[in-house]
Design a binder for this molecule. Structure first.
Ligand SMILES: Nc1ncnc2c1ncn2[C@@H]1O[C@H](COP(=O)(O)OP(=O)(O)OP(=O)(O)O)[C@@H](O)[C@H]1O
Ligand SMILES: [Mg+2]
Length: 333
């Protein structure tokens, strides 16, 4: 399958006068047409920086290395003009906070028709008709009137739907959604994911869904990347990773998803310790200080990614094979 997006050994460093933050350290993955790929990891693991690097949205203080190919073009070589034509038309992003993604001073109609006129060359009247259709598609009724509203007149969930309508307006080949449902309640969350799902079905749109919530990502995505401290520590088809996580960190993330059925633990297992904060990082596995399986090798040699099953890869010296009893936290006290 040809990849829409092919990311190879992506690195991002932020350098200021006295500090250097290695936010992304050698991330590689591919996204095929109509594929839904999830990126999961704790706060600070480099998910948003990866997304911003893909969209070329990082500030000038960031140094980006590696290669990003979109439909066989090198994104890191795009000039300003190519970037402006590419964003919105071929790739679009849905951000975590819909209010900051929308311009509070512009009516929804102006924001929704801008891309339609610029990228699709529609007349003013056609763009407004199309905008009403898009609002209807994302479940916002009475579009003709709502186009004249400003963002503050919409609820949080509706604003996120407007952002999705803007993202899909030009039927891009790929949508990057960075925590698109974090600010929303669970019912609206499900509606937003359904909407993204419909797009994959109707237009073959591929999606990269970023979230700290493995539950959300596993319900939506075909494949998952688990990030920790700027690296991909495990990757593979969702079902295989959920059935048999190989990296102790993935296992810990799975253990900390609340279950609605069966006996409730008195306390959900938490992962002890905190993730590293992005300094240059010494040798050894970044998860070693929090990992009960860590030994001297883990503390001194950085694990390379390697296959653990026919379909999954993990960067771990001691991957879990099949030890369902293994748990990082205690659930029985
Ligand atoms: N503009 C920036 N300048 C300097 N450092 C940055 C910048 N943006 C992000 N970082 C650092 O890069 C690292 C990764 O940040 P990132 O925003 O990608 O995390 P995240 O996985 O998206 O977390 P969250 O779940 O909280 O959104 C963090 O250490 C962060 O402080
Ligand atoms: Mg983020």
């Amino acid at each position: 399958m040809t990849a829409i997006l092919d990311v190879d050994e992506l690195t991002v460093d932020f350098v200021s006068d006295d500090t250097r933050t290695a936010a992304v350290r050698g991330v590689s993955f591919r996204v095929g047409a109509a594929e839904r790929v999830g990126i999961v990891g704790e706060s600070g693991s480099g998910k948003s920086v990866t997304a911003q690097a893909l969209m070329r949205l990082l500030p000038p203080t960031a140094t980006v290395g590696g290669r990003i190919r979109f439909a066989d073009n090198d994104v890191l070589d795009f000039d300003t003009r190519r970037l402006a034509a590419w964003r919105g038309a071929e790739i679009a992003m849905v951000f975590q906070d819909p209010m900051s993604a929308l311009n509070p001073l512009l009516r929804i109609g102006a924001q929704l028709t801008e891309g339609l006129r610029r990228h699709r060359g529609l007349s003013r009247a056609d763009a407004r008709r199309e905008a009403v259709r898009l609002l209807d598609q994302v479940g916002i009724a009475d579009g003709e009137r709502r186009l004249r509203d400003y963002p503050h007149a919409f609820s949080g969930g509706m604003r996120q739907r407007v952002c999705i309508a803007i993202a899909v307006a030009c039927t891009p080949a790929l949508i990057i959604a960075d925590e698109p449902t974090t600010a929303l309640d669970v019912t609206v969350q499900a509606q937003v994911l359904d909407l993204l799902d419909d797009l994959t079905e109707s237009h073959g749109t591929a999606t990269v869904l970023i979230s700290h919530d493995l539950g959300v990502v596993s319900s939506f995505c075909d494949r998952i990347l688990i990030m920790y401290a700027g690296r991909v520590v495990e990757a593979g088809p969702t079902d295989d990773i959920i059935a048999a996580p190989a990296h102790p960190y993935t296992r810990a993330l799975l253990d900390s998803i609340p279950r609605l059925r069966g006996p409730l633990p008195r306390r959900l297992p938490a992962i002890p310790g905190a993730p590293p904060t992005g300094g240059p990082g010494g040798p050894g596995c970044p998860f070693a200080p929090r990992c009960p399986r860590a030994d001297d090798t883990c503390r001194s040699v950085t694990p390379e990614q390697r296959p653990v099953t026919a379909s999954t890869v993990a960067a771990c010296h001691h991957p879990l094979t099949s030890s369902p009893q293994f748990s990082l936290g205690r659930t029985d006290e």
